[in-house]
Design a binder for this molecule. Structure first.
Ligand code: KG4
Ligand code: ZN
Length: 344
């Protein structure tokens, strides 16, 4: 089965072609990061307008990359939610129209299920059941994944997501967007011991997270160390980035290993944009090795938003017998635990 994957939930237009026998045939991502950079976050209306401009040329490019024609497609998978309503409508509209024209199914996919399944695109894919640490711009969740479509949230952030904390603090320090990658870049030059940072909620039992206190703590550090130009010296920014990154990474590592222990599992999948953070990968690998567990990631470009994960998730669901209808309906808010094998 050959599936076209379409991702437009936020600020990346992701288009991919996946073949259930061969694997990934093409993957094209257009990032709107520069478009939103000056605003320090994604502007929904600009995001939708840009998806409209990019989506059809990207589909043509992906088909050309794979030397395929539209009529070679067997199905389409698109992100139905969660995400920005207008941005989702662009992908859903194009997917449904193509599906109508080509007389092939178009399946709406849960964006976070896409992230969760992305490591399955790699050479050594994880087997169910496993724990997933989903860490993106909008989500920080620990999910017990029993089988395709069977997900139970066992912990989540009570306020900001880890990626959101990175983004907001980076903006405050005059760094670019997306903030996590910028903080990681600056952290390489910083002294991780100069400032103390809390590891929120790690001294309490349970698997929930909270990053808003850490955000306020960092904000105060930035304000208290600012010079005449309104920002701290570049060396101080690097030290703050190093300490902040270490605190977020430690918190994620502590809760993930606790989740494995509490659920009696030994496989951890780490997915979502923050999963591309090298320090997080380094620490998780060593801590999990010590407790006899294994960790699985997608390659960094499949951790951030992309069409490959959506094409893959759609292909698995279609092969498992799921069907689609022609109505165009997106779900900007859609908890992953509501998923089943038949959509809603
Ligand atoms: O999954 P994703 O691409 O989009 C959402 O679905 O939200 O995740 C984006 C998030 C942003 O908050 C961004 O700051 C963060 O992932 N991120 C990182 C890194 N690269 C992206 N966080 C930490 N380290 C990185 N290298
Ligand atoms: Zn995402």
């Amino acid at each position: 089965m050959r599936v076209l994957g379409i991702e437009t939930s936020c600020d990346e237009t992701g288009i991919a072609l996946y073949d259930s026998n061969i694997g990934l045939l093409a993957n094209r991502v257009y990032s709107q990061a520069l478009l939103h950079a000056e605003f320090g976050g994604v502007v929904p209306e600009l995001a939708s307008r840009d998806h409209v401009k990019k989506i059809l040329p990207l589909i043509s490019l992906a088909l050309r990359d794979a030397s395929l024609k539209k009529t070679d497609l067997n199905a389409i998978a698109y992100t139905r939610g969660p995400g920005l309503a207008g941005a989702l409508m662009v992908g859903a509209g194009v997917a449904s129209s193509l599906s109508f024209a080509l007389n092939i199914p178009a399946l709406g996919i849960h964006h976070m299920e896409g992230h969760l399944l992305a490591p399955m695109l790699e050479k050594d894919p994880p087997k169910f059941p496993f724990i997933t640490l989903l860490v993106s711009g909008g989500h920080t969740q620990l999910v017990h994944a029993e089988a395709l479509g069977k997900y139970r949230i066992i912990g989540e952030s009570r306020d900001d997501a880890a990626g959101e904390a990175f983004d907001k603090i980076a903006h405050l320090m005059g760094l670019g967007y997306p903030g996590g990658a910028e903080v990681e870049r600056m952290a390489q030059f910083g002294d991780v011991t100069r400032f103390q940072f809390p590891r929120p909620m790690t001294d309490r039992p349970g698997l929930d997270f909270s990053f808003s206190g850490l955000k306020t703590h960092t904000k105060n550090l930035v304000v208290n160390n600012s010079g005449v130009g309104g920002l701290p010296h570049a060396d101080t920014i690097a030290d703050i980035c190093a300490g902040l990154q270490e605190a977020i990474v430690d918190t994620l590592v502590i809760k993930s290993s606790r989740a494995l222990r509490l659920e009696g599992l030994s496989r951890l999948v780490v997915a979502g944009g923050v999963a591309s953070n090298a320090r997080l990968r380094e620490k998780l690998s060593s801590v999990l090795l010590d407790i006899g567990a294994s960790v699985f990631y997608a390659r960094p470009e499949f951790c951030t938003d992309n069409g490959a994960m959506i094409a893959y998730a759609g292909c698995q669901r279609l092969l498992a017998g799921e069907s689609s209808n022609l109505s165009i309906s997106v779900k900007p808010r859609w908890p992953i635990s509501y998923l089943s094998m038949q959509g809603d």
